[in-house]
Ligand binder design. Structure first.
Ligand code: FAD
Length: 507
């Protein structure tokens, strides 16, 4: 006999795009649902995101006249991932249209296609990309709920609260999902409530223990518990234990939020784990306070190692960039981005947050000098090597061909580079002093290892049997994409599909 404080059909832990999609699916199917969010705000990393969502072959791509289909998307995933987890790959692409159809039935939710190329040259790729985005949202349309959505990353990290104007990207996604969920009249939304453990009876998960304001709650879940509460990205000890490259303070998740609580609870209930040393990697611009900024893409400059030498195509999609950094930096820990003053001393790229150059220069995370020789000395780089790297690159820029790393030859490489009159838009000579060097570290958008799950998000034991009543999605589960980031929006797309399937399974 359990002493329950509350009783629901479905308990959803976390409040990112996956969690809220699962909660909405359950609530619209008549299941009494509660969402438990540890922090005081809904949305987690999903709120920070650009909300590109890789949900292929849906009515949204059809509306946009895009030559996309479930089959083409399946071909693309297979060509990147092979047959490993083929059943989950299939479930992903086959269920995406259903998820979008359900969500768009709600008056609060609408998506549109926005071009963002798939990340790999592989069969089934669309050079325009195929990911969809929620429409921007006027905060007034969702009333008080808008105040409960985690602000944009830079606003949140600097404690500025909500930016004025429309909610865009991940904030629009979370705002829309919250409004839709509230509209079902079948769900309770609780912030400040952290899962601490799962309640297991006769091998079945029957509820959760959670803490709110120091009080322990025991919440019954008659149909099941869906955990979509992020990964281990913010847990320094767990990263060390699992050999996850990068650092907790360089990860882009909300600080202190995603510490792997749900994964630990799932393991205690008998769940198996995989891929815990993996993340959705990206380069990060080291920040004056020791955190990092997500370097989404660049328009200019080069990246060099501690020897002053280039070692990669700097226009690679960010996960491949991060992996190249890690592979190279095993013996060579520091990278620097070298750029000139074409953009008034600002970084020629998209950095979130985008801290003022003066603050970087004051903190020493950037150095600046009138000549490359002086810059090398300030950054502790070999003078001759840095000059040679820049001269070589400038020569490539002049001819429009990067003989060393083929930068600018893939459609993705040019995505962040507006036409600039150069033979190759992705190659712009570094020649307008003063010159700058910015320290670049290995960051991530969250970890992608976690509980092993099946096609319905059910958590599996080491022996492959499912733990009844327990489901995981998003970064709480081990990603079907393994060590690959196939295209923009796969983290959110997979989180939403497997949360939806988990809720359907509970129904
Ligand atoms: P989250 O969205 O982080 O949600 C987890 C939630 O669980 C958090 O709110 C957390 O507080 C809560 N939680 C943690 N522990 C507990 C507990 N014990 N009890 C209760 N609640 C708990 N991905 C894309 O697909 N497309 C993009 O365009 C994209 N852009 C990005 C841009 C930026 C700047 C960043 C930083 C990331 C981006 N990503 C993008 C990555 C993506 O946002 C994340 O991988 C994804 O949102 C993770 O979803 P999640 O549900 O696993 O975790």
């Amino acid at each position: 006999m359990q002493d329950w404080t509350d009783e629901y059909d479905v308990v959803v832990v976390g409040s990112g795009g996956g969690a809220l999609t699962g909660a909405y699916t359950a609530a619209t199917q008549g299941l009494r649902t509660v969402v438990l969010e540890k922090t005081d705000l809904f949305g987690g990393t999903s709120s920070y995101s650009g909300a590109s969502i890789w949900l292929p072959g849906t009515q949204v791509q059809e509306r946009a006249g895009l030559p996309d289909s479930t089959e083409l998307a399946r071909t693309y995933l297979r060509s990147l991932l092979g047959d490993v987890d083929a059943d989950r790959q299939d479930a992903y692409v086959e269920t995406a249209p259903e998820v979008v159809a359900l969500l768009e039935q709600d008056p609060n939710i609408e998506f549109e296609f926005r071009a963002f190329p798939d990340y790999y040259r592989a069969e089934g790729r669309l050079d325009t990309g195929r990911s969809i985005n929620p429409l921007d949202l006027d905060p007034a349309d969702i009333g008080e709920l808008a105040e409960k959505v985690r602000p944009e990353l830079d606003q949140d990290r600097t404690g500025q609260g909500h930016a004025p104007g429309p909610m865009i990207g991940g904030r629009a996604l979370i705002g829309r999902l919250l409004a839709a969920l509230a509209g079902t009249g079948n769900a309770d939304l609780r912030t400040g409530t952290a899962l601490t453990s799962l309640v297991v009876e006769d091998g079945r998960v029957v509820g959760v223990e959670a803490v709110r304001d120091g009080e322990t709650l025991r919440i019954k879940a008659d149909r099941g518990v869906l955990m979509a509460a992020g990964g281990i990205e913010g847990n320094a000890q767990a990263r060390t234990d699992n050999g996850t490259p990068g650092k907790a303070e360089w990860s882009m998740g909300p600080i202190g939020a995603n510490t792997g609580d749900a994964i630990a609870a799932g393991v205690a209930a008998g769940g198996a784990t995989a891929l815990l040393d993996q993340a959705w990697f990206c380069p990060g611009v080291e920040q004056p306070d020791g955190t990092a900024a997500f370097l989404v893409g660049i328009r200019g400059g080069i990246v060099v190692d501690a020897n002053g030498e280039r070692y990669l195509n700097e226009s690679l999609p960010y996960d491949q960039f991060g992996r190249a950094m890690h592979a190279h930096n095993a013996t060579n820990p520091t990278s620097w981005m070298i750029f000139d003053s074409r953009e008034g001393g600002g970084l020629p790229g998209i950095s979130i947050p985008n801290t003022a150059p003066a603050k970087h220069l004051e903190a020493g995370t950037w150095v600046q000098a009138d000549t490359l020789e002086e810059l090398a000395l300030k950054a502790g780089l070999p003078t001759d090597a840095l000059r040679a790297s820049v001269e070589q690159f400038n020569d490539y820029a002049k001819h429009g061909v990067d003989d060393a790393f083929r930068r600018g030859e893939d459609p993705y490489d040019n995505f962040f580079c507006p036409p600039n009159g150069n033979p190759n838009n992705a190659l712009t000579a570094i020649e307008t002093g003063p010159f700058h060097a910015a320290r670049i570290v290995l960051s991530d958008l969250g970890c992608k290892g976690g509980l092993v799950t099946d096609v319905d998000g059910r958590v599996l034991r080491e022996d492959g049997t499912a733990i009844d009543g327990l489901y995981a999605a998003g970064n709480t589960s081990a990603s079907l994409s393994q060590k690959v980031y196939p295209g923009p929006g796969v983290p959110l797309g997979t989180a939403m599909v497997f949360s939806y399937r988990a809720a359907r399974h509970m129904v």
